[in-house]
Structures are given as C-alpha cells and as structure tokens.
Design a binder for this molecule. Structure first.
Ligand code: ZN
Length: 178
C-alpha cells in the first residue's frame, strides 16, 4: 500500500495547485500531513481491532465523513480566524481534497482490504476497477519502486511545477498592479 511519504507528496501537490496564489509553507505542510493522516488507523493493529469495526484499517479514517470533519478541524486549529473567509474556505477545501486523495490512492491498490468511503453510513468496501498499485513481483523493494514511479515522483513533480508556476506569476501580478 502507498507509504505515508507518497500520500504526503500528493497532499503537497494538491496544496501547490489549489491555492489562489503561491501556497504558504504551512498550507503545504498541513495538506501533506492530512494526506497521510488516515493511516492513523494502523494503531488498531496491535490492539487487534476486528476488521468489521468502524475503526479497522481503511474504515472510518478513510471515509468522506472523516475528510469533511478532518478538514474543518485542521483549518480551525492551524489557520485561526474569526470567520470563514474565502481564503480559509479554500484552505479547508485543499485539506479535504488531501484527505480524500488518501482514500482514492488506497482504492487504486490491491493490497489489504477495500476502502469504506461511506463509513459510518455504509460499511461497504470499494476498490477502483483500475488498480495500478497491484502487488508487485519484487517484494518490498518492488513495491517501493512501483510506488515511486506511479505516485511519489509524479506527485513531487506536479507539486514542484505548481510552486514554480505560482512563484513566477507573483512578480507579473505585482507589475500589473494587482
Ligand atoms: Zn490508507
């Protein structure tokens, strides 16, 4: 399954492209953390949580409900303000997308169980019809190589490109008097 680093890279790429201007470092870091957060359910393994439980792997923490609530809470905690301004709402949306990206990436894999997108309302587990993150033949190294090619490198590239494009657009806007 995708490692936290790959998930975080996707969160960073989302932050790089979804803010109106050059995203702040804080937005990038919190979005990356949000994208990795759903695997916090791994603490259920040593506790032998039943696979039918809402707190089992790829259940509630991988749901759309968790993404919605998590994005709101993370925005309130890390981006303080008295009102829901447009900028803050956009940050919440970015964090929500970062959280949802985690479940979507997991649903592209054939490891482990499917994803409970609609928990706690439905415990049906989903996997996308296309699973490029299937079990690689080369063991752990093969898995990491596959993941680097399919997720990590493209995500880092897309994020870096986003930052570069935004950075370039800042002086031109300033010159235009914006
Ligand atoms: Zn996961």
């Amino acid at each position: 399954m995708p490692t936290p680093i790959s998930h975080a890279a996707v969160g960073f790429a989302i932050a790089a492209w979804t803010q109106q201007r050059l995203p702040t470092r804080r937005v990038c870091i919190v979005a990356a953390a949000c994208a990795a957060l759903p695997d916090i359910d791994a603490i259920g393994w040593p506790l032998h949580v039943s696979s039918a439980s809402l707190f089992s792997h790829r259940a509630i923490t991988h749901s759309l409900t968790f993404a919605f609530v998590g994005a709101a809470v993370a925005t309130i905690v890390f981006f303080r303000g008295n009102q829901w301004t447009q900028g803050r709402a956009r940050i919440a949306l970015t964090l929500g997308l970062a959280l949802v990206s985690h479940a979507c990436l997991d649903a592209l894999s054939t490891y482990s169980v499917g994803v409970e997108f609609f928990a706690p309302f439905s415990q049906q587990r989903f996997r996308f019809p296309w699973t490029p993150l299937g079990p690689p033949s080369g063991g752990v190294l093969g898995q990491l190589a596959q993941e680097a090619v399919v997720i990590l490198l493209p995500a880092v590239l897309v994020g870096w490109l986003g930052i570069k494009v935004r950075r370039r657009s800042v002086p031109s806007r300033a010159a235009a008097g914006d």
